[in-house]
Design a protein around this ligand. Structure first.
Ligand code: AMP
Length: 469
């Protein structure tokens, strides 16, 4: 082949390669995602909240009290997944409810299962009750849970897309004394939180009385349909009872004149309700009859109740607790006929009410009594071991061992509210001693290292006695 032919062939090959490269670059450009801002910061997803360390003392306070009281009443803890089959909520909560229609975080998994983040706890509890054969356990089965729920609701004050509920359920008992006892227990919880509440109670009867009532209600609403808010115009068709829940002023005015469900209760439902109220009076639980507490979930029957903070206007965002009977839910979810009742407490709203208490003082759980400060490398190693020794002996100890300046360590000691500071310096290392300093009075005492536990116990005891005087 001549030199010139070879050259032109090489050129052709190069041009072809260039064209190919151009083509694949263009393809790459098409597939390339839009340029991201590398310096972009990340923020919370709308409607979600962080619970920061400073907030935790309020959460611990409410959680511990609710858990202790429910354990004292014989409830056992159950923890369930946040994800369940979507169908469970459709069947459990009801296909025409606001929650199922508009508020669920639902999606398909990679395995094409249709699932939802739980919008409430009861349906999952009933699923677990049936799945684990709890119907064979001695009745009633009393369970409590605590955890996050998810609703794709319009975020606003007191309404989040992820919120925490503490809930308790009694399965396998239909006696009205159970309804009263459960309400009594929640009442005692709020007493222990020192949050003033009002308890509003109603009965929505059984299916038979409720159907009669819905007919009467629909008749009344039909005549006044033009006066309903836009949402209630749809609610009237989908689930007329929900109109009673509406907090819009014009709907509330209409509702006041609406027929009341108590006038439609059958004999058995009426008897049940009267008994619940009698028990509540006997045990001195103050309550308000509210014929419009119907609850937004399909599974309820007979007793329904909601709890609101006292001295605050009732609104859909102010309810602290919602609860009621759900005698047919276990059967509806293909379990054995099992009457049941439960409630759920919104923790964010309860904590908001707690924070409004005047002169509220809640100590954080990790509060310490003793702070260990050190100066010099040998002292620092000693402090490392002393911390563990004291912790294992049951003392509440704190440190800031990465700091070397004594001044900044004593500042940390002040911030930690420790009653005593232990100081280990050069001299203490040589003498095998530890200096104890009373953080309030500034008094100091040098103690042999092997006598430190005894000395600390004595000191803390006398400090507590002084405080309690
Ligand atoms: P419910 O399951 O709707 O009866 O709600 C029970 C309680 O959970 C309410 O009384 C509230 O305290 C709380 N709660 C319900 N929905 C929300 C939400 N979106 N954000 C915060 N708390 C809520």
């Amino acid at each position: 082949m001549s030199k010139s032919k070879l050259k032109s062939l090489k050129l052709k090959k190069a041009t072809l390669q260039k064209a190919k490269a151009k083509q694949s670059n263009a393809k790459l450009r098409i597939n390339k995602k839009p340029k991201k801002n590398k310096n972009r910061k990340f923020f919370l997803v709308k409607g979600f909240k962080d619970i920061l360390p400073e907030e935790q003392k309020y959460w611990d306070f409410i959680r511990d009290k609710a858990i202790n009281i429910s354990r004292a009443y014989g409830f056992k803890r159950i923890d369930l997944p946040v994800l369940e089959e979507t169908e469970l909520f459709v069947k459990g909560v009801g296909p025409d409810t606001d929650i199922v229609n508009h508020e669920m975080f639902s999606f398909s998994t990679l395995g094409r299962e249709k699932v939802s983040l739980r919008p409430e706890g009861t349906a999952g509890i009933v699923r677990a009750y049936i799945q684990h054969g709890m119907l064979n356990k001695p009745k009633p089965v009393k369970l409590f849970y605590i955890g996050p729920m998810f609703r794709y609701d319009k975020p606003q004050a007191g309404r989040y897309r992820q919120f925490y509920q503490f809930g308790a359920e009694v399965l396998g008992a239909d006696d009205p004394i159970i309804d009263a006892q459960l309400i009594y227990m929640v009442y005692q919880m709020y007493n222990s939180f020192k949050i003033p509440i009002n308890i509003q109670i109603n009965s929505i009867g059984c299916k038979t009385c409720r159907n009669k009532y819905i007919k009467a209600l629909k008749n009344y609403l039909k005549k006044n349909r033009s006066k309903l808010c836009a949402d209630c115009k749809t609610r009237y068709i989908e689930n007329a009872l929900r109109v009673l829940d509406c907090k819009q002023k014009k709907c509330q005015e209409l509702i006041l004149e609406a027929p009341q469900i108590v006038d439609y209760l059958c004999e058995d439902c009426n008897k049940h309700f009267v008994k619940v109220l009698e028990y509540l009076e006997d045990i001195e639980v103050p309550y308000i009859l509210n014929p419009f507490i119907v609850r937004g979930l399909d599974y309820y029957n007979r007793t329904t109740f909601e709890i609101f903070p006292q001295n605050e206007e009732d609104s859909s965002q102010s309810a602290l607790v919602g609860g009621g009977r759900y005698d047919k839910l276990v059967k509806n979810l293909k379990g054995q006929d099992t009457p049941a009742i439960g409630f759920s407490m919104g923790l964010e709203r309860t904590i908001n009410s707690l924070k409004k208490i005047e002169n509220l003082k809640i100590e954080p759980k990790n509060k310490c009594d003793i702070f260990i400060a050190q100066l010099g490398e040998r002292a620092r190693k000693k402090a490392l071991v002393l911390f563990e020794k004291l912790r294992q002996s049951g003392f509440k100890v704190a440190e800031n061992i990465s700091k070397s300046s004594l001044k900044s360590q004593l500042e940390s000691a002040n911030k930690s509210n420790a009653k005593l500071a232990l100081i280990i310096g050069q001299k203490e290392i040589l003498d095998n001693t530890i200096l104890i300093r009373d953080m309030e009075s500034g008094n100091q005492e040098v103690v042999p290292e092997d006598k430190i536990s005894k000395a600390l116990k004595r000191r803390l005891k006398s400090l507590n006695i002084r405080k309690n005087r």
